[in-house]
Design a protein around this ligand. Structure first.
Ligand SMILES: NC(=O)c1ccc[n+]([C@@H]2O[C@H](COP(=O)([O-])OP(=O)(O)OC[C@H]3O[C@@H](n4cnc5c(N)ncnc54)[C@H](O)[C@@H]3O)[C@@H](O)[C@H]2O)c1
Length: 248
């Protein structure tokens, strides 16, 4: 499959590290100007430099996806600078695990605000510029936890399941405008988020994965690259499970 994203502009939230950064690298390697957002400016600058070595038009911008005003202003600025927004990857996400009876309201709110409301904020802000061209790709990073649940992750599972419902509704709403909206549901991927896991827990998880390994950032980035490409133009409202068979 040949992918050519040259001339296209992609926004990747939480793109300074982990899965988001892997997606930005994959899109930039295939020609897209990637605007990565994050909260840590030092890390953002480093990631920006590395991306610019691949595709000079790439940029790193500080953004809190929960802040609607900030998100709207950034999408406007990107559109005014580049004249287009082709791809949005809603990747920014957090966990704050706790068993339900001990979960504080604040833990619930924070995870929902970043993961679900952040996805809503960024999609609404960007899709109006995709409409102008009557084409676009929205890719929402959900999780297998949103499909299968997990003890101690009621907040995270609800936010990720919410992203799937959101994906399907928005896919139906914008299909006539040739804007596709899909979700990726990664399983356990080796990143900072899963790095904190103890060795015993890691082995336990691998024993549940039919393909018998944790996923790599590239596994998810390849799925995002495909969904961004022309080859995926007839796919919308889909949840692409990238979990080595953990969820079947
Ligand atoms: N790592 C996994 O195994 C795994 C599995 C399934 C799904 N996911 C999902 O993939 C996505 C990326 O995960 P990761 O493992 O790379 O995580 P990570 O913690 O390495 O990166 C998350 C990114 O999101 C950004 N972010 C967090 N809150 C933000 C906010 N309010 N505003 C802007 N940016 C914010 C962070 O700055 C960071 O760049 C997340 O949505 C996560 O839920 C990860």
């Amino acid at each position: 499959m040949k992918v050519d994203l040259s001339g296209q502009v992609a926004i990747i939230t939480g793109g300074s590290r982990g899965i988001g950064n892997g997606i930005a690298v994959a899109l930039a390697e295939n020609g897209a100007a990637c605007i990565i957002t994050g909260r840590n400016t030092e890390r953002l600058k480093k990631a920006e430099k590395a991306l610019q070595a691949i595709q000079p038009a790439c940029k790193g911008v500080a953004l809190n996806v929960e802040a609607r005003g900030e998100v709207d202003a950034l999408a406007k600025e990107i559109y005014e600078t580049f004249g287009r927004i082709d791809i949005l990857v809603n990747n920014a996400g957090i966990t704050d695990d706790q068993l339900l009876l001990r979960m504080k309201e604040d833990q619930w709110d924070r995870v929902m605000e970043t993961n679900l409301k952040g996805t809503f904020n960024c999609t609404r802000a960007s899709i109006k510029y995709m409409l102008k061209k009557r084409s676009g790709r929205v890719i929402n990073i959900s999780s297998v936890i949103g499909l299968m649940g997990n003890p101690g992750q009621a907040n995270y599972a609800a936010s990720k399941a919410g992203i799937i419902g959101f994906t399907k509704a928005v896919a139906r709403e914008f299909a006539r405008k040739q804007i596709t909206v899909n979700a990726i549901a990664p399983g356990y991927i080796v990143t900072d988020m899963t790095e904190k896991m103890e060795e015993k827990a890691r082995k336990g998880i691998i024993s549940l994965i039919p393909l018998a390994r944790l996923g790599s950032i590239e596994d998810v980035a390849n799925a995002a690259l495909f969904l961004s490409s022309e080859a995926a133009s007839y796919i919308t409202g889909h949840v692409l499970n990238v979990s080595g068979g953990l969820y079947i």
